[in-house]
Design a protein around this ligand. Structure first.
Ligand code: NI
Length: 176
């Protein structure tokens, strides 16, 4: 396994549309292992392949149990070709991104999403998520379309600087 370099905003690869994966093979599984290690080390609760310079539609979401004291169970999933098939509700929450170190802002997201995709075993997956899990899924799927969370901030006055070393990928607790 290896830690991968995370691309930073300004790199054109973060703005491209990633290509669909045609079948999971060993090279994708190896990428998945390296991305998982990179995500945990960063730290982050999600990571999308374009962030490590691979323009394929693949994401990891790994929200630990009781994340931000939410009380929820662990939510960990690797998804190939993920697609949001259902979404409802609208909630605001702060997000960070390992590709935009030092910044956070408030992003509206669907409260509940159903996502379908393929697992690393090539079998179809359909998953319903709410709360942090839903937020991370939407954040990571956006990366596959070249969309960064700052693009989705509606109230630009919520965009604030944070220490770079505190940057995480995915939802952050609001700074009081
Ligand atoms: Ni991100």
């Amino acid at each position: 396994m290896a830690l991968l370099e995370i691309l930073l905003e300004g790199d054109p690869r973060l703005r491209q549309k990633a290509l669909r994966v045609r079948g999971v093979d060993d090279s994708l599984r190896e990428l998945a292992r390296d991305m998982f290690e990179t995500m945990l080390e960063a730290p982050g609760v999600g990571l999308a392949a374009p962030q490590v310079g691979v323009l394929r539609r693949f994401i990891w979401v790994h929200v630990p149990e009781n994340f931000h004291d939410e009380g929820g169970p662990e939510f960990s999933i690797a998804l190939v070709n993920p697609e949001i098939v259902k979404a409802h509700g609208r909630v605001f929450g702060y997000e960070g991104c390992l590709s935009i170190p030092g910044w956070t802002g408030e992003v509206p997201r669907a409260e509940v999403v159903t996502v379908k995709g393929i697992g690393l075993d090539n079998k179809p997956i359909r998953v319903k998520a709410r709360g942090w899990g839903a937020r991370v899924l939407q954040h990571e799927i956006d990366h596959l379309d070249g969309i960064l969370f700052l693009d989705r901030v509606e109230d630009k006055s919520t965009i604030v600087q944070v220490p770079e070393e505190e940057t995480v990928e995915g939802p952050v607790e609001a700074a009081d």
